[in-house]
Design a protein around this ligand. Structure first.
Ligand code: G16
Length: 542
């Protein structure tokens, strides 16, 4: 008897000698070796949907900040969050099965392990970014989904957060927690209306230049602008780096990762002094802001800055609305957070800080434990989550003065402006603009809240990055043996020094972060730790 699962797997055979891992943000590698993984992810998505009694599961085909020749795939849970960890392991296992028959057998094994009825409905939404390999890889996913008998909604080009939004909206439609109309237009309507409501008549000063990394964020931002208030009343936006016709230009010399890593504006940037700019990444799920001052010095306002700006604004609103007794705010960061940002949150804002490993899934999970959880990675990934109890307290709160009433109205509008399903560059960008407009701040005032410690982020290519195993929220290495002691010795030599190395989960490299009291010391520390990584990770090293 024909076995559709084995047939689909046979149509897209796994290349020999490639080992796949569901990493920081799904599978990510060179697009040419991803066909088999895509089909198998289609099978996993169908199983996951069946386990969730036919709820919609998302499949996003993207490699986000990675170079144009890469691609990847990540799965999205029914409420728009990242795939549960146990299923990441199942995904890794099925991706590495050598033969089509093994794939089919494993598919059946998962079904029996979780008592999944394979004849029950499965529903999967698929989206992709603008990479040239996207259409081919989409076909591979569709082959897997069809073999598994899933109902398919193909959304075409989308930003990653739009896909998350649609998944959550589809699964909450008609319930008391309905998130929005489950279409791309519904996304623009929801966030466009929330932006207008959150401004409450305030007008952002100047304009905002948005670098879209030549990715899907460009056309989607153009569309979103149609739903925002006209520039005379709202925000004047200049869209740059939006060339999706030339996919080989994606993330090249532009985009959030370029700006954050190089600590400079894209070379194509032509803005004037103190003009606000921001950069999205290839799938528009992260954003960083920046500007040049009148001395032409570049200043980065990264994810740490967004977190501190938003946390302080929400704190003020909660207090002004008379809700401070029932709602507490916390901030979640990773080891990449600048030491000065952590200190500012703890000492000045007097808020609790949690530190998790890199990866939105870890931060999101930690933020879910808080009444209002503000989570941002320094690279610009993040959002704010409000617990159900918090939303209920806000909904039933009776303001006792006009001041309280006004703060409550802004708070409610801001909640609607935040994409709680996942970090979203477009929604985060609008949120920052709302906060700056309410505070009547430009980028200088924002920058003036605290002074970053000089820092450097480097990438070291090693023989096998899996040799590098970290602990303590990735702040210390347990392997290769002996390296951490050497890093500690280098850190001790500089003032206010801090440094760590960790294997990237999205690129074939080890990342090194260093900060210190001065630029020279930070650069020097990064160089020394990078040398250690090269030595310990070089050929023949244990
Ligand atoms: C992904 C993840 C982020 C992570 C980044 C870099 O971002 O979603 O959480 O910070 O990769 O991860 P790593 O240092 O492990 O390579 P994106 O924008 O590429 O999807």
């Amino acid at each position: 008897m024909a076995d559709p699962i084995a047939e689909a797997a046979a149509k897209h055979p796994a290349p020999e000698g490639v080992v796949y891992t569901y990493g920081t943000a799904g599978f990510r590698t060179k697009a040419q070796v991803l066909d088999s993984v895509m089909t198998r992810c289609g099978l996993i998505a169908a199983l996951r949907s069946r386990l969730h009694k036919g709820k919609w599961i998302g499949v996003m085909i993207t490699a986000s900040h990675n170079p144009p020749e890469d691609n990847g795939v990540k799965l999205v849970e029914p409420l728009g969050n990242m795939l549960q960890e146990e299923w990441e392991v199942l995904s890794t296992t099925i991706a590495n099965k050598p033969s089509p028959e093994d794939v089919s057998k494993y598919y059946q094994e998962i079904a029996s392990k979780f008592s999944i009825d394979l004849s029950s409905p499965a529903r999967v939404v698929v989206g992709r970014d603008t990479r040239a390999s996207g259409p081919r890889l989409l076909d591979c996913v569709l082959d897997g989904l069809k073999a598994a008998g899933a109902e398919i909604k193909d959304c075409g080009f989308m930003t990653t957060p739009q896909l998350h939004y649609i998944v959550r909206s589809l699964n909450t439609e008609g319930t008391p927690h309905a998130y929005g109309t489950p279409t791309e237009q519904g996304y623009y309507e929801k966030f466009g209306a929330a932006f207008k409501a959150a401004l409450r008549g305030k007008k952002p000063s100047g304009s905002l230049t948005v670098d879209c990394a030549n990715g899907v964020g460009g056309p989607k931002l153009r569309e979103l602008i149609k739903y925002l208030p006209p520039k005379e009343e709202g925000l004047e936006i200049h869209v740059v780096n939006e060339n999706v016709i030339k996919p080989e230009s994606l993330n090249v010399d532009c985009g959030a990762d370029f700006v954050k890593t190089n600590q400079r504006a894209p070379p194509s940037s032509k803005v004037g002094p103190n003009d606000r700019c921001c950069s999205l990444d290839g799938d528009a799920d992260r954003v960083v802001f920046y500007f040049k001052d009148s001395n032409n010095s570049f200043h980065l306002l990264d994810g740490d800055r967004i977190a501190t700006l938003v946390a302080s604004f929400l704190g003020d609103l909660v207090r002004q609305a008379g809700l401070a007794d029932s709602i507490t705010i916390g901030v979640v960061q990773t080891a990449y957070a600048n030491g000065a940002a952590t200190q500012y949150v703890e000492k000045t804002l007097k808020l609790k800080v949690d530190c998790t490993p890199t990866g939105v899934k870890y931060l999101h999970h930690a933020a879910e434990m808080l009444s209002i959880g503000v989570y941002f990675e320094a690279n610009g990934h993040g959002t704010v989550i409000f617990s159900q109890d918090t939303l209920d307290s806000i909904a039933k709160h009776e303001p006792s003065s006009p001041g309280q009433k006004e703060a409550l109205a802004v708070l409610v509008a801001v909640i609607n402006l935040i994409n709680q399903a996942v970090g979203d560059a477009l929604s985060d960008m609008l949120l920052v603009e709302v906060v700056l407009a309410h505070k009547n701040w430009g980028p200088q005032e924002w920058l003036g809240t605290y002074t970053d410690l000089p820092n450097r982020l480097s990438k070291v290519v090693v023989d096998d990055r899996r040799k590098f195993q970290a602990t303590d929220a990735e702040r210390r290495l347990v392997k290769p043996e002996g390296i951490q002691k050497k890093i500690d010795e280098e850190v001790a030599k500089v003032r206010q020094g801090r440094s760590f190395a960790r294997a990237s989960g999205t690129e074939d490299a080890v990342r090194v972060y260093a900060e210190a009291a001065t630029r020279t010391e930070a650069d020097d520390l990064a160089r020394k730790v990078s040398e250690l990584v090269k030595t310990f990770g070089g050929p023949g090293a244990a």
